[in-house]
Ligand binder design. Structure first.
Ligand code: SF4
Length: 246
């Protein structure tokens, strides 16, 4: 159940406020249509942003429309995206998912998801091959659907657990817990911003998998793992993160 205005302040609000003070606003600058976002997010898993963006742009250059991608041979698609992880699996899942959308909707579009409740839309996406809770949330939140769904990647999952916002469990558990801690008043843009604050601002700059810099961390006063098992060095330089679509 989501917190409502007037009830106790969510600990996630304090985390967001501290990260905002440190890293500044992270508002979306451009949103793709949901099919393009599905293509991008489906090839991005366990792959650096620069590599997945390059693969996405190669797909765009090769096919004049996504309908052509849906009908392309899997091996040809895998060759185009060969630099991402698991290109064969991703090519097979993606082409199958696009064909399934065409068969269900009648044409290649996901714009009808905007009329559904977020969880209903998420489940419809997660019924597609290769689409888990993270890719589904990317399509719902990053695309021009602009729906209230927080993208929980490995960085968001890790820092949420270290801070103590979330107990042990998989990314789906983290997603539901963080969504339940998100006030109703937070918009899709707010959740977009929270993702980038937790991922790039905190997760990649200050609290990576190894060697967190707790002494420089803006949420150290509220973090369950502050200074536990790692150095508390203070970073003199803290760059401002930039945003992109995952
Ligand atoms: S205080 Fe340390 S462990 Fe906690 S979120 Fe910050 S960097 Fe990570």
């Amino acid at each position: 159940m989501q917190l409502s205005l007037g009830l106790a302040r969510s600990p996630l609000e304090s985390v967001r406020d501290a990260l905002l003070c440190e890293f500044g606003a992270q508002r979306p600058q451009a949103r793709m249509d949901p099919i393009s976002q599905l293509v991008k997010s489906s090839i991005s898993g366990r792959t650096q942003d620069a590599v997945s963006w390059n693969a996405f742009l190669c797909l765009r250059a090769e096919f004049k429309c996504w309908e052509d991608l849906a009908r392309a041979p899997v091996a040809a698609v895998a060759r185009i995206i060969q630099d991402v992880t698991f290109p064969g699996d991703k090519a097979r899942h993606l082409t199958t998912a696009l064909k399934m959308i065409e068969a269900k909707v009648g044409w290649l579009s996901l714009s009808h998801l905007k009329t559904l409740e977020v969880d209903q839309a998420r489940w419809e996406l997660q019924a597609l091959p290769g689409v888990g809770v993270k890719v589904a949330a990317c399509v719902l939140n990053f695309s021009d659907l602009a729906m209230r769904s927080l993208v929980v990647d490995t960085h968001v999952d890790r820092v949420a657990k270290r801070i103590g916002l979330v107990g042990s469990g998989d990314a789906t558990h983290t997603y539901h817990t963080l969504m339940s801690l998100s006030p109703d008043a937070w918009t899709a843009d707010d959740l977009f911003e929270l993702h980038w604050l937790m991922k790039r601002g905190l997760g990649q700059m200050l609290c990576p998998h190894e060697g967190p810099s707790c002494g420089a961390c803006p949420v150290r006063q509220m973090c369950a793992k502050a200074g536990v098992g790692h150095s508390a060095e203070v970073l003199a330089w803290r760059p401002r993160p930039s945003t992109s679509s995952g």
